[in-house]
Design a protein around this ligand. Structure first.
Ligand code: PMP
Length: 427
């Protein structure tokens, strides 16, 4: 009998990249821990941003899903759907967007695709601005706005996209700049780019902190400064909150709020962990933008009562237990610990983060050159120690990504930091 890995290779596309030389089959989880098929337990410092924002097998969500599955799952958009309306009401109120409408999808890709359809229809333009090093999904339209070549397999696109500086600060011409100078340089780059268009640009889409790009750290004022330019040109701002939303960044409920003076975006997209394992995505937009489509558009499973029940239970849990505050406190502690642990290590260029979204950038010692080998080696060593983390960043994945479920305890943060310390030492 061949191994599950061999069977995977025989039927799954080559471009579905697995983590680890000896890939893990995760069979179950609880809280912040998961178990593999050999019964080995891991502390999960990555699943929080992938699927399971709050905790693995959270009883409140499991119960809500089971109850809804036992009652009814039907078309979410042809008949009135109470859980969908209730979750939309709550998200609209939380979004900060005035007169907000919410359209639910089943993934982040589909959410961004819907936002692009709205932005291009609303403005009558297929010209887009996106950030270098960004990631926005895997569909034909979203790979066209993804600035990270490692995740954008085609240069053909229905959109004309120009890429703006600002996502990454550890490499490139602006690496040594102060925050203020960095923002000025990026704004002038944006103005310069706009001067090269034929006018009528639909939107800028941006992740407030780049996720797949390696948990980058743009200065707080960046998007507020961009916003002033965009407003002058009548260009919409779409905040891709697929990784940064729901309190993960600790200080704020949404990533865009770190750029407070910019006000709410015109559109906001979300997905991933809000269903705590059930597939929810969506776009929030002001009514005038959301209602610009003049043909019907429905989604069979977007807004499904079963995923909406999960979203409602999960959202209630994270608000009732102040998991945003937990992300701020425990994330702050973890960030300090990691800075301490890595202080003497030449290959660690930067430890950055907000809340429970922490990135560690690895370079070849004393240079700005990406060091993907070191990143992979730490990832493997952490796994040996019983800790799952992620990788990301540019065309060379040289950043480690740490994003545990938002319910992480102080003791678990300490435990994970100790494993990482060993991992760094062994590499
Ligand atoms: N936007 C961002 C910022 C993401 O990180 C991702 C997923 N990595 C997506 C969009 C796409 O989401 P999905 O995988 O659910 O399609």
């Amino acid at each position: 009998m061949s191994s599950l890995y061999e069977r995977h290779r025989a039927v799954i596309p080559d471009w579905v990249a697995l983590y680890y030389q000896d890939p893990i089959e995760i069979t179950h989880g609880e809280g912040r821990h998961v178990w593999d098929a050999d019964g080995r337990r891991y502390l999960d410092f990555f699943g929080g941003i992938l699927t399971t924002m709050t905790a693995h097998a959270l009883p409140e969500v499991t119960k809500a899903v089971a109850e809804q599955a036992g009652r009814i799952v039907h078309s979410s958009t042809l008949y009135l759907n109470r859980p969908m309306v209730e979750l939309a009401e709550r998200i609209a109120a939380l979004s900060g967007i005035p007169d907000a409408r919410v359209f639910f999808t089943t993934s982040g890709t589909e959410a961004n695709d819907a936002a692009l359809l709205l932005a291009t229809t609303f403005t009558g333009s297929n010209q887009l601005l996106a950030m270098r090093n960004s990631y926005h999904g895997r569909s034909f339209s979203t790979v066209g706005i993804t600035g990270n070549r490692a995740w954008s397999p085609t240069s053909l696109s229905p959109l004309q996209t120009l890429y703006v500086h600002g996502g990454v600060r550890t490499r490139g011409p602006f690496a040594q700049y102060t925050d203020e100078r960095f923002v000025e340089a990026c704004v002038s780059d944006l103005e310069d780019l706009l001067g090269q268009t034929r006018g009528n640009v639909a939107a800028l889409i941006a992740e407030p902190i780049q996720g797949v790009g390696g948990f980058t750290s743009p200065p707080d004022g960046l998007y507020a400064a961009f916003r002033r330019v965009l407003d002058r040109h009548g260009i919409l701002w779409i905040a891709d909150e697929v990784q940064t939303g729901w309190g993960r960044t600790g200080e704020h409920f949404w990533g865009w709020q770190a750029h407070g003076q910019s006000g709410p975006p015109d559109m906001l997209t979300f997905a991933k962990g809000i269903g705590n394992g059930m597939s929810i995505g969506g776009v929030v937009a002001r009514a005038e933008i959301m209602n610009c489509l003049d043909a019907n558009s429905i989604s069979t499973f977007g807004g499904s009562p079963i995923t909406m029940a999960a979203g409602l239970a999960n959202l209630s849990y994270l608000l009732d237990h102040d998991l945003q505050g937990n992300a701020r406190r425990v994330g702050g502690l973890l960030l300090e610990r990691l800075r301490g642990i890595t202080a003497g290590i030449d290959a660690v260029r930067e430890v950055r983060g907000r809340g429970l979204m922490i990135g560690v950038e690895l370079t070849e010692p004393g240079t700005d050159r990406a060091n993907p080998e070191a990143a992979s080696a730490v990832l493997e060593a952490a796994r040996e120690g019983g800790l799952l983390i992620g990788k990301g960043g540019g065309h060379n994945t040289s950043a480690l990504r740490i994003a545990p479920p938002l319910s992480l305890t102080v003791a678990e943060a300490e435990e994970g930091a100790a494993i990482l310390e060993q991992a760094f030492r062994s590499v």
